[in-house]
Ligand binder design. Structure first.
Ligand SMILES: C[S@@+](CC[C@H](N)C(=O)[O-])C[C@H]1O[C@@H](n2cnc3c(N)ncnc32)[C@H](O)[C@@H]1O
Length: 215
């Protein structure tokens, strides 16, 4: 498996940072909470979660499967002693090494990179404490659709066919009906059909009790 160019991602991830801050606003971290950032990347948002907590510190853990992302994250987190330092964990979000350890799981721009969403949801359910919430954002069905149509035509063409016979796209852009996290007391996931053009109200919101398009 190839790894990310994490230094470059850190420099160019302004769009993801903006989307993620809107997800932090939905998360509303509260002092004393234990929060997991699933797919933390270079931990820009992980550190924002700590800054955004109302009334005091939260204990934030950033988890990612990419060693290069975590190396850049480690270098970007200030070394100063704080009441609740950000901890980083190298692990798979579909097989979390935690049990009843968090009040909330946050995830931004990551779930569509993980093929088995049911494994993620089951793992998040085990990692959350009773009453815990799961607040996420990711690409949803329709994302990159035009580009994917063009690339699949090219891949099937006589010139390129031989190079792509066992190619699998790495993304899982799921729809609302297959996105549910039954183990979380509340689940709020923004599925963005088209990240580039998404307006705040062109997302699908999925909750345990509420599954609808916001228009
Ligand atoms: C587009 S980046 C988003 C990073 C960060 N959340 C942000 O918004 O800047 C997607 C991240 O998901 C991570 N990722 C992909 N599959 C993963 C998995 N199975 N478990 C944990 N992290 C994963 C990647 O390594 C990458 O850091």
């Amino acid at each position: 498996m190839t790894d990310w160019d994490a230094s470059r991602y850190h420099r160019v991830s302004e769009p993801q940072f903006d989307w993620g801050q809107r997800v932090i606003a939905r998360l509303k971290p509260v002092a004393g909470e234990r929060i997991l950032d699933l797919g933390c990347g270079t931990a820009r948002l992980t550190q924002e979660i700590q800054r955004a907590s109302a009334g005091g510190a939260v204990a934030v853990v950033g988890l990612d499967r990419s060693g290069s992302m975590l190396a850049v994250a480690r270098a970007s987190i200030p070394h100063a002693e704080t009441a609740a330092p950000v901890l980083l964990v190298h692990a798979d979000g579909a097989a979390l090494p935690f049990r009843s350890a968090f009040d909330a799981v946050f995830s931004a721009a990551t779930l569509h990179w993980i093929p088995d969403h049911q494994a993620v949801f089951a793992s998040v359910a085990v990692a959350l404490d009773a009453g815990g919430r799961f607040v996420a954002q990711c690409g949803g069905r329709g994302n990159l659709q035009r580009m994917l149509e063009h690339t699949s035509q090219l891949q099937a063409s006589a010139i390129y066919r031989e190079y792509f016979h066992d190619w699998r796209d790495p993304w899982n852009f799921a729809g609302a009906e297959e996105t549910a996290a039954p183990g979380a007391a509340s689940f709020d996931c923004l599925l963005q059909p088209n990240e580039k053009r998404a307006k705040p109200n062109s997302v699908v919101k999925v909750c345990k009790t509420d599954r609808r398009y916001i228009e």
